[in-house]
Ligand binder design. Structure first.
Ligand code: PXG
Length: 290
């Protein structure tokens, strides 16, 4: 495997970052997870735009233009002969000295890994997930804002540990007011009376690119959608529920905190949105091999 680091392609064994990089020392940096489908990097422009927004929010100046970053992603896929798979793009504060002041880091590090991805087991897509609400609340918008896709994922990892301890695959995180925010690596959707609902971004969720795509697919299918604050009551009484994320794609949920969602099976609206989503992956995104 060839890994892009600061403009060079390095063999996996030599693809290394300094232990003095503040990405490692302090989680000071931002990242993206991007998918390739059918020889295209799906929604690459949107992912790169979000990366630069995350960087701006933490006052990190990425030493490349967005166009250059998009080209570097395409080149990394080409260097690895990949038409399908997953890109992990990381921009750290860079190498510095001990001490958390980011001014000690003169140059950000840019790393692009293009590889394959392990899907959730197929069973979850067929049968739906069982999940729980966990005690760890989502970050406050005035601490590490959940809109920032930062390298500091401990808030979500704590929630994931709580899910693991309960023997389930995902966790619903509420915000400090008790409204539904998101899962640890996915946005949340419910369907009730034929309408699609997802929490507003202000509830404390990542501006999910799959979330956006699903909202657009809903419009295309004539399904009305809304972004009201949601409570656990709304979740428990939903007819259908699913999660969205680049890694997970669209995964149905059939049980939450012991309550069966709808009839306990993935529903028809989820199925039609999933089909529409997979159609988009054939036509959206930058072509890898001309
Ligand atoms: N919320 C959070 C906290 C995320 O990290 C999403 C929602 C979904 O956003 P997108 O834009 O992907 O639809 C994410 C994204 C991984 C992995 O390796 C996680 C994500 C994406 C890709 C890979 O666990 N989470």
């Amino acid at each position: 495997m060839k890994v892009y680091i600061d403009g060079e392609f390095l063999d996996e064994a030599h693809a290394k970052i300094s232990v003095f990089d503040h990405g490692l020392l302090y989680g000071d940096g931002v990242f993206e997870g991007i998918r390739m489908y059918h020889n295209r990097i799906f929604k690459l422009r949107e992912h790169i735009e979000r990366l630069y927004w995350s960087a701006k929010a933490i006052l990190l100046d990425i030493p490349m233009t967005q166009e250059e970053m998009m080209r570097a992603c395409v080149e990394t896929c080409r260097a690895n002969g990949l038409r399908e798979g997953y890109i992990r793009l990381i921009v750290t504060r860079g190498k510095g000295t001990l001490g958390l002041d980011p001014r000690r880091c003169p140059k950000p590090s840019v790393v692009i890994i293009a590889s394959t991805i392990q899907l959730y087991p197929e069973k979850y897509y067929q049968e739906g997930l069982t999940i729980i609400t966990v005690p760890t609340t989502r970050n406050l918008v005035n601490s590490v804002n959940p809109a920032i896709k930062s390298l500091n994922y401990l808030n979500n990892i704590l929630a994931r540990i709580e899910a693991n301890n309960a023997g389930v695959e995902e966790a619903i995180m509420l915000n400090s007011e008790g409204f539904v925010a998101e899962c640890t690596g996915d946005n949340i959707f419910i369907i009730q009376k034929g309408r699609l609902y997802t929490p507003p971004l202000s509830a404390g969720a990542l501006y999910g690119i799959t979330r956006n795509t699903v909202l657009k697919c809903a419009t295309g299918l004539g399904i009305t959608s809304g972004e009201p604050n949601l409570t656990r009551y709304d979740i428990y009484n939903a007819a259908e529920m699913f999660l969205t994320g680049t890694a997970a794609e669209i995964v149905p949920v059939v049980r939450v905190d012991g309550r069966v969602i709808g009839d306990g099976r993935p529903g028809p609206v989820t199925a039609s949105l999933t089909a529409a989503f997979h159609e988009r992956t054939k036509v959206d995104g930058e072509i890898i091999f001309e």
